[in-house]
Design a binder for this molecule. Structure first.
Ligand code: HH2
Length: 278
């Protein structure tokens, strides 16, 4: 038995991001070749990632859609390269059912869908048939236009209601309850500070829905907006602060670019929390 199970048991799992895209907002183009992406994936495993999230279509604001065949052609060789050496679960970040099917066949076990299974008429049915875990994320609008003029009366209540409704729809379509994760979708159709900050402050209300919650705040724009206009590569401190806020609210996992630093921060946070308990 490990000497420190109690220290690690209470912290969120760390999902390491691998973007096999030419245009992702923080690392676009670096890992487009399967060998480069696979090497990066293995580095993240070595740094302590619990899950890998592999995507081949950028969802940054203004991103252009990628044709299905291109996404599959980018992902399948990469998944094949990672699958055989990765001891941890692999999630595929895609909104297209055909891509999810190809990725699950190639070794992924989690479908991370930023559209919460709304992109295609057969999304819900495909998720039920695949029997994989599904991450349902909140997004208002679609990536090309979502940042135009997002409006909410009560962002936390509206995101929570949307996620609860999507979970119901997924279950009605045959997705098992224990397969469903929820994600508030930081930065997706949300004003930088007016919506993202209240959502981060109200994460406990998303956690209270009773599903595991994934938080993706790593290197996102709100960090620069609240601290010195930091660019994407300079947002590590803010990314860790957001991960800790997620941990305190009880999220199940955080989706991050900087795995080693996040693991260390969460380990220390969890160790301090464990020391406070009787
Ligand atoms: N954020 C991004 C992409 N996918 N999936 C979930 N579930 N939650 C998120 O917050 C989330 C996500 C955007 O970040 P990144 O992958 O770094 O950039 P890009 O979409 O440009 O590839």
């Amino acid at each position: 038995m490990s000497s420190q199970p109690q220290i690690h048991a209470r912290r969120p799992r760390v999902m390491g991001i691998v973007n096999a895209t030419p245009d992702s907002f923080s690392d676009g183009g670096r890992y487009l070749a399967p060998e480069a992406a696979a090497a990066h994936a293995l580095k993240l495993v070595g740094e302590g990632a619990d899950i890998l999230d592999i995507g081949a279509e950028s969802t940054r604001p203004g991103a252009e859609p990628v044709p299905e065949e291109v996404e599959i052609a980018r992902l399948v060789p990469l998944l094949a390269a990672v699958r055989d050496v990765s001891p941890i679960p692999i999630s595929v970040d895609t909104m297209k059912p055909a891509v999810a099917r190809a990725a699950i066949a190639a070794g992924a076990t989690i479908w991370n869908d930023v559209t919460a299974l709304r992109h295609a008429p057969d999304s819900l049915e495909t998720a039920a048939t695949l029997g994989c875990d599904v991450i349902l994320m909140h997004m208002r609008g679609e990536p090309r236009t979502m940042q135009a003029a997002p409006h909410y009366d009560d962002v936390v209540a509206e995101v929570a209601a949307f996620l609860a409704e999507r979970a119901e729809r997924a279950m009605a379509a045959g997705v098992a309850r224990e397969r469903i994760w929820l994600d508030p979708g930081i930065g997706f159709g949300k004003h930088t500070t007016r919506h993202n900050l209240p959502l981060l402050a109200g994460l406990d209300r998303i956690v209270a829905l009773g599903f595991p919650v994934l938080l993706g705040a790593s290197r996102k724009r709100f960090i620069g907006a609240v601290s010195r206009d930091a660019g994407p590569a300079e947002r590590l401190g803010g990314s860790i602060a957001a991960a800790i806020a997620g941990a305190a609210a009880g999220v199940a996992a955080v989706r991050v670019h900087d795995v080693a630093e996040t693991v260390q921060a969460l380990d220390v946070w969890a160790a301090i929390a464990a020391a406070r308990e009787p």
